[in-house]
Design a binder for this molecule. Sequence first.
Ligand code: 531
Length: 359
Amino acid sequence: MSALFSELRLKGLTLKNRIGVSPMCQYSAVDGLAHDWHLVHLGARAIGGASLVMAEATAVSPEGRITPGCTGLWSDKHAERFAPVARFIKSQGAAPGIQIAHAGRKASTYAPWEGRGNLPANDPAAWQPVGPSAVAYGADITVTPREMTLDDIRRVQDDFVSAARRALECGFETLMLHYAHGYLGQSFFSPIANRRTDAYGGSFEGRAKFLLETFSAVRAVWPERFPLTVRLGMTDFLPESHTVDESIELVRRLKALGLDLVDVSVGGNSPDNSGIPYGPGFMVPIAARTKREADIAVAVGWQITEPAQAERIIAEGDADIVLLARAMLDDPHWPFHAAKALGLPNPKSVLPPQYHRVG
Ligand code: 531
């Protein structure tokens, strides 16, 4: 009996296995609108047998995009474009999910294959990023963000709520708030990015305020029957970073507000990555700790590539689901190949009948 291929119940949703597709930016939208690429990219991975297919970091407003090619959910037209994507994923027996995001001070940058860092100010596609404080990220993201006013904060929180409503209307059944990787939510929690002296900065309570309030506002419109999740950057692994202990306390507070699962990730508030303990499954110990200390369902990614490794993570109770990224780009049929490698009795059942002629 495989733990990786056991069901996972999250609220009213039953996932058919513990293998999910992590949200992965495609930088391929036009004016934030999803199109054929997103349908085929995400649809192929639903065909491949993942139980949860997460659409990429999707901006709640135009200035919340990381790049001009990022998807958005800031109008009903955007929702209409995502509806066939969600519908197809569901038709393959996978749960359709979406991550909603605001890029904050890491906005207005090139797609990775077009350049590095910020779009130049004279590029007509560039815009002014905002953040908790007027502190630039650094390295090649040199633009100093405009410090958000209290009105800006309210507006962005409303944008998260509107995007959540639209995500529901277009058929997504799992919603993830992007509170990782140095984007807006994460940056409010980080003493590296957040130097505010008002109620939204300073102490743990102040730095947590934007994240907790935004979560609460979204929870009020996201139905109880579907999981509401957060991807949280647990630490930057730097002395000046927020700590794993603080993150676990934040997870406890989010849980009290209705969080169903936390996807543990890295911080991304500093270009200094020297403290990140890269290596196979390096986030698993933090996932296990979070699960134990916050008593909540946990997802984990990062350098998880092998079926036996994924099986062990779930079997040992370190996490409830693995969310694969690069491994899924490499092999959309990763779940089928994992079922074979783990010696499941009928691995072809992972794929739809149209593909049962595989060897
Ligand atoms: C890179 C990244 C990972 C972890 C910390 C900082 C940066 N990813 C982040 C992605 C976009 C592509 C690059 C998102 O989370 C949207």
